[in-house]
Write a protein that binds this ligand. Structure first.
Ligand SMILES: [Zn+2]
Length: 431
């Protein structure tokens, strides 16, 4: 991977080094997955960039050299509020990144194309491009309004990120959305060498999906009230369900984003991801095309009965999330309506319409009693937002079958039709 990049950059006929014209659109070369699955230099156009050297634009702002420390014993946290917590966690805010380019004329078009001049420049400009692509997916396919993306998030590039309860050493080999800072973190890597995470467009789309879920299903709260209230109680069914939906929908949207790439729809995109949790180490554990996954009685009971810490300790939110993503994948594929389904799902995140409340509104209604926020609640909200009857019924059947959501919880006006009977793939765990 690294070797390919360096060869490509050195092999150029070097044109003048320059202070590139910064405003969009800018033609640059990024590392992108080609139709044969290799990451290769690819000429693209950045359409939202305002500063191509500092890598800042309407979809994000790359920041280098930051130090972020999460420590529950940090005395600064005692009096922190939602408005001041970022100042406590960010020990060093870092500085604007500075990408270097070599400008070269494209032989066919005669236009100037910027070639990143070193590995970090390749990595950073590709990160920005991947944010732009994910943003485009959510704006066009999922119909998310531009205002939902404001203010544009910071992407901390290679920060020192210390989670004191895990280790004193800075974390590595991860890319994440951190809602408390409303920011993305792309951590330094040491083990992942074939496809660094920020280069994997689907991984970035997964993280971007967490941003969208936060902005809508958590109404943009840095410390989501439903999650923090419920997560501090035991058992914490509501918090477990929210985490599982956030992860499962992130995988499903990441898959959806791959369908707009040159290499095409890829239900196995997560293979190189290290999103966290023991489960994600299994390379094909999150392959969405496996249609034989079933909710077990044990996992179902864990969602209802465990506290969030115990539930998450072995990545159970990813296990439930994969069942959800797989169910949605099967329903979208079988009806040929994947893009419509992706749009309908996001429309269920936030909706004030009486009788058709969004996930955020539903959390507010039962905030005082999370035992009422079962898997069926956000599932029913998604179903209520699917207008096509064939697609709706397909999702109903998949939810009843693979997620084992009780049929009685999903049948009703504006919900599943009486003809939805579930499926026959999975054993019934409710008998
Ligand atoms: Zn995730």
């Amino acid at each position: 991977m690294l070797r390919t990049v360096i060869t490509a950059a050195v092999g150029l006929t070097l044109a003048t080094g320059c202070a590139p014209d910064s405003t969009a659109p800018v033609k640059v070369s990024v590392l992108s997955r080609s139709s044969n699955g290799q990451y290769v230099p690819t000429q693209v156009e950045l359409t939202t960039i305002e500063d191509v050297v500092g890598l800042k634009g309407t979809v994000g702002d790359l920041q280098g050299g930051a130090r972020i420390v999460i420590d529950v014993n940090d005395p600064g946290l005692q009096n922190a509020t939602e408005d001041t917590i970022a100042d406590v966690l960010i020990k060093k805010s870092g500085h604007d990144v500075k990408a270097s380019y070599i400008s070269q004329k494209d032989e066919k078009t005669g236009e100037d194309v910027l070639w990143p001049a070193d590995f970090h420049s390749w990595n950073m400009v590709t990160s920005y491009y991947n944010l732009e692509r994910a943003n485009e997916y959510f704006r066009t396919v999922a119909n998310v309004k531009t205002v939902s993306f404001e203010p544009s998030p910071t992407l901390y590039y290679f920060p020192e990120f210390v989670q004191a309860q895990v280790s004193k050493e800075p974390a590595r080999d991860n890319a994440l959305f951190y809602p408390v800072l409303q920011s993305f973190l792309v951590l330094p890597f040491e083990k992942i060498q074939r496809a660094p995470l920020p280069l994997n467009a689907a991984v970035m789309a997964h993280e971007y999906s967490h941003l969208v879920f936060n902005r809508l299903a958590y109404a943009g709260q840095s410390l989501p009230q439903s999650l923090s209230t419920w997560g501090s109680q035991s058992p914490s069914q509501g918090a477990n369900v929210l985490k599982a939906f956030d992860e499962g929908l992130a995988d499903y949207h990441a898959y959806g984003a791959t369908c707009r790439s040159p290499s095409g729809c890829d239900p196995r995109f997560m293979a190189p991801s290290f999103d966290g949790g023991a489960y994600s180490a299994v390379t094909d554990a999150r392959d969405l095309s496996r249609g034989d996954r079933c909710m077990s009685a044990l996992l179902y009971a864990r969602v209802q009965q465990q506290d969030l810490g115990t539930f998450s300790a072995d990545g159970a939110e990813y296990q439930v999330g994969t069942l959800l993503a797989t169910a949605l994948y099967q329903a979208g594929r079988s009806t040929g309506q994947e893009a419509q389904l992706q749009r309908d799902i996001v429309s269920a995140y936030y909706d004030t319409t009486p009788g058709k409340e969004g996930i955020f509104q539903l959390t507010q209604i039962v905030l005082g009693d999370q035992s009422r926020f079962s898997l069926a609640v956000p599932a029913a909200s998604i179903i209520a937002h699917i207008s096509d009857l064939e697609l709706r019924k397909a999702v109903c059947n998949e939810f009843m079958d693979h997620l084992q959501i009780p049929r009685a919880d999903l049948i009703g006006d504006n919900l599943c039709p009486a003809s939805a009977a579930g499926g026959t793939t999975c054993p019934n765990i409710h008998q």
